[in-house]
Design a protein around this ligand. Structure first.
Ligand SMILES: [Zn+2]
Length: 459
């Protein structure tokens, strides 16, 4: 169903903030579509809003892309560097009478057309300056001659099928503001054509811009790309996703301790499905991805599912790799958190605690509290526990710190092994549930084990 044109797609963020998860999902769908079809994935930095754009945000966005591994196949196109090119096209449109200068002031428009009651209330421009107004020295905007035919207001969307608008929702819209700055709808078309974009895959909020952009493609004699508008990401109550529901920046997810591939895996499932599979490697996503399988309905953002996917990835990831991620993303220093542990001990601890947490941050907290003597909850400390902890201590002291010695002791005393193991776990961890006691013993020094058993006596 795709044209023979080489597949080239882009994600085009404005550097006016950090990259958000919604933006990353759009980038990911572009990336997967490109890679599935042996195409090219590109980035464009839309920095023409000079006041709000910054180098800091650009760098932050690029760092986020690097972290998740979605790097473009060609250098990033910087929109502001193409200003002269935009001007040339504007002059061409004026010369070909496909656009015209409009000198109407706001007051004039209001007098003639009435006041727009609200932002939503659309007041159609009356083409006054196309024929009646003469050039003068006053300020002007440039308006585009929107076609009159109804078919200009329809297009085939790769996700939604035939999308139809009515001409009365559109007018000869402004393409250059009175300060000389061309508007989004114009530059996006010029730059997509320059980058040879074959498929525009973007958020649903852009859908009503599409007839304007298609008309501009025709006016500029560019080949029109195919369009695909992705479903919105919604909160659990069906509203627009807010910060509270998880609409956070990629940096924030990184700092909270999510793994980059777990985040991508989660985002891929927001609006796309392949059978009932939930966990996908990046290779699998590339193999299975298609726009036909993207739904039209809004996708609900579920933080609990993200946690579940992240914990699944953490369990499957080697301790040494988790260590590298933790160093990178939480920027903490294991030598200050557990100064007496060597690399091997740290990895052992990561290995046993990663089974029980959802994020790297939780993993860090588990390790940090295990390194220190635990806080012992008095409610759990019974006389029997005190007695058993002394028995275990004495056995260790006499025969050496080993789980085998406890097993023998339990047999000798006729006490169930599990009772002694629970006492030992509570002494070492401060909790009744957690990793196996032999795994815990392998991390702590003999002195620490004895000390923690003795602490129970003083409760
Ligand atoms: Zn006018």
């Amino acid at each position: 169903m795709y044209t023979s044109r080489p597949i080239r797609v882009r994600f085009a963020p404005s550097p006016t903030g950090h990259l958000h998860v919604g933006g990353l999902r759009t980038a990911l769908f572009n990336y997967l579509f490109a890679k599935h079809n042996n195409g090219t994935y590109l980035l464009r930095c839309e920095d023409t809003d000079i006041e709000r754009s910054s180098k800091t945000f650009f760098d932050s966005q690029m760092n986020s892309f690097a972290w998740v591994g979605l790097m473009p196949d060609e250098p990033v196109v910087i929109q502001s560097s193409r200003f002269e090119e935009h001007k040339k096209i504007i002059n061409k449109l004026l010369a070909e009478k496909k656009a015209y200068k409009c000198f109407c002031s706001e007051q004039e428009l209001e007098q003639r057309l009435g006041k727009s009651e609200s932002e939503q209330h659309f007041v159609k421009y009356d083409k006054h300056c196309l024929t009646k107004q003469k050039e003068n020295n006053g300020a002007y905007v440039i308006r585009f001659c929107m076609p009159e035919t109804a078919d200009a207001y329809e297009f085939d969307d790769l996700i939604r099928g035939r999308v139809c608008f009515t001409p009365n929702q559109f007018d000869d819209f402004i393409i250059v503001r009175s300060d000389g700055i061309p508007v989004y709808n114009l530059v996006v078309v010029i730059d997509d054509a320059f980058m040879n974009i074959s498929h525009v895959i973007r958020g649903e909020e852009h859908i009503s811009n599409t007839p304007k952009q298609i008309a501009l493609y025709h006016a500029c004699d560019y080949q029109v790309p195919q369009f695909a508008h992705l479903p919105m990401i919604l909160s659990a109550n069906g509203q627009k996703l807010s910060k509270r529901d998880g609409a956070l920046s990629v940096n924030e997810y990184k700092d909270m301790g999510y793994l980059p591939h777990a985040l991508l895996n989660y985002l891929a499932r927001l609006g796309w499905a392949h059978k009932d599979q939930e966990i996908f490697s990046l290779e699998e996503l590339i193999t299975y991805f298609s726009l036909e399988a993207v739904g039209k309905k809004g996708a609900i953002f579920d933080p609990l599912k993200l946690d579940w996917i992240n914990s699944t990835y953490m369990k499957a990831t080697e301790a040494s790799v988790l260590y590298t991620y933790m160093q990178e993303s939480l920027q903490y220093n294991f030598t200050t958190i557990c100064p007496n542990w060597d690399m091997k001990t740290i990895e052992r601890a990561l290995h046993i605690f990663k089974e029980r947490v959802n994020t790297l941050k939780e993993l860090l907290n588990e390790i940090e509290s295990f390194y220190k003597d635990p806080i012992l909850d008095k409610r759990y400390v019974t006389e029997q526990m005190k007695h058993h902890s002394m028995l275990i201590r004495n056995t260790f002291l006499k025969e050496g710190v080993s789980i085998l010695n406890i097993k023998n002791k339990a047999k000798d005393l006729g006490v169930p092994m599990i009772t002694l193991a629970q006492t030992l776990r509570f002494a070492l961890l401060g909790k009744m549930d957690g990793p196996g006691v032999s795994e815990l013993l392998a991390i702590l020094s003999d002195q620490q084990v004895l000390h923690r058993l003795e602490r129970i006596q003083s409760i």
